[in-house]
Design a protein around this ligand. Structure first.
Ligand code: ATP
Ligand code: MG
Length: 391
């Protein structure tokens, strides 16, 4: 097991002050399956206030949960006090957080066996719930009774599907039963938390799993009420905007851009993502260009670097044969198609003596000419064409 020195040093320092500390959660899981962890978590019996004293460069990121983020030169590392969430007043928030000196109890409150493995630089792996075997068998299984664990926190239902899709793991039958029966409880979880997990799920190997939640009504508050032909999602390249465009297309009974925009806003996605998806959907609704000139004009709607994705989306969702356009794309993708790519600028045209208010129209004419014939994109040739507009 190779862990970054930053993590090992924090564990060693905590222990030199008499505390117990282990790496836990996703970083242990990912290290065991040779994936690069997104973040590193340490569980310890050191109280958050003492962590702050030992590591002056730290931020209290989850006071209620006893989480302190220690800033190291290369990465932030979360140090969380051991805890037992005993009682739940809703499907999300622990009512009381009791700090206890017990790694096993800490692991027992984690969601899945594969996320409930601990690692220590000298003591090695501590795996009381069979997480390693489940990792080997590529299986997502709750720690303890699935109905109970999903009843405590409905977000775990979505996390279950997201890990299955992200890691391409199967779901243990009793865990899957509980997913199906408790999926409606997701309606109690905030849209922001849902979308964070949903974005990982949808870009994974099994995006069709989303249908279980949608059919159960668990995502109605996010604007997702139906999903037709969910299996098509996996055929779309695994980029977030492409898969989201597919999701919106397959989930609207009567597709319109207004409806699409409404659902995307309802999902509280950021504006950049919404705009990317909308651009793809606009391009999806247009007829396929029949020649190179028409294709280059379409780049104003969607730039050339996004066309490969668009063509995949079209062939999956519209069942179109896109091979001709694909060939055209290869031929024109590096050719000039807008003003900024012209061999002349607005200032060059101004210097010719063309009137201010005509410059835009002249540049548009030049773009049209260059789109028809890329070899015209030469300063002398374009200035010569433009000079005809001097009055
Ligand atoms: P990722 O690689 O996406 O970060 P992760 O497993 O590390 O996945 P985090 O959200 O970073 O997920 O959470 C860290 C750990 O905290 C998890 O591995 C799990 O042990 C525990 N955990 C997170 N969310 C829950 C939850 N809702 N219920 C129980 N345990 C949870
Ligand atoms: Mg993590």
């Amino acid at each position: 097991m190779v862990f970054p020195n930053e993590v090992i040093n924090i564990i060693k320092k905590l222990e030199s002050y008499g505390y117990i500390a282990w790496a836990v959660g996703g970083c242990v899981r990912d290290t065991l399956i040779a994936r690069i962890p997104k973040d590193y978590d340490i569980a310890s019996n050191c109280p958050p206030a003492s962590v702050c004293k030992l590591f002056p460069k730290c931020v209290v990121t989850g006071a209620a949960y006893g989480t302190v983020t220690v800033i190291t030169p290369t990465m932030p590392v979360e140090v969380t006090a051991f805890r037992l969430e005993s009682d739940y007043y809703d499907n999300r928030h622990p009512k009381t957080v009791i700090h206890i000196d017990d790694l096993k109890t800490d692991l027992s409150r984690r969601d899945f066996t594969i996320n409930a493995i601990a690692w220590h630089p000298h003591r090695g792996i501590f795996d009381p719930f069979g997480g390693k075997i489940d990792l080997e068998n590529r299986l997502v299984r709750t720690v303890g009774d699935a109905q109970l664990r999903f009843g405590e926190d409905a977000l775990r239902i979505l996390r279950c599907l997201r890990f299955s899709s992200e890691l391409d793991f199967d779901i243990h039958p009793s865990t899957l039963d509980a997913v199906r029966s408790l999926a409606p409880n997701l309606s109690k979880i905030s849209i922001e938390r849902i979308i964070k997990e949903l974005c990982v799920l949808i870009t994974g190997a099994r995006p069709e799993l989303l249908k279980i939640l949608i059919d159960a009504g668990g995502l109605a508050h996010c604007g997702l009420n139906r999903l037709n032909n969910a299996n098509l999602l996996a055929l779309i390249p695994a980029s977030l905007p492409l898969r989201l465009a597919g999701l919106i297309w397959l989930s609207l009974e009567n597709f319109s851009l207004t409806e699409a925009r409404r659902v995307l806003r309802g999902m509280r996605l950021d504006n950049k993502t919404i705009n990317n998806v909308i651009r793809l959907l606009i391009a999806l609704c247009r007829p396929l260009p029949k020649d190179k000139v028409l294709l280059k004009h379409e780049f104003n709607i969607l730039p050339p670097e996004q066309w490969k994705g668009l063509l995949s989306l079209r062939s999956v969702l519209l069942d179109e044969d896109t091979s001709d356009v694909s060939r055209l794309l290869q031929q024109v993708k590096d050719q000039p198609w807008n003003r900024t790519m012209l061999a002349v600028s607005g200032n060059d045209i101004l210097r010719l003596g063309v009137k201010d208010k005509k410059i835009g129209a002249v540049l548009t004419t030049l773009v049209d000419e260059v789109i028809k014939n890329p070899s015209l994109n030469n300063q002398d040739i374009l200035l010569n064409i433009a000079s005809k507009y001097v009055k």
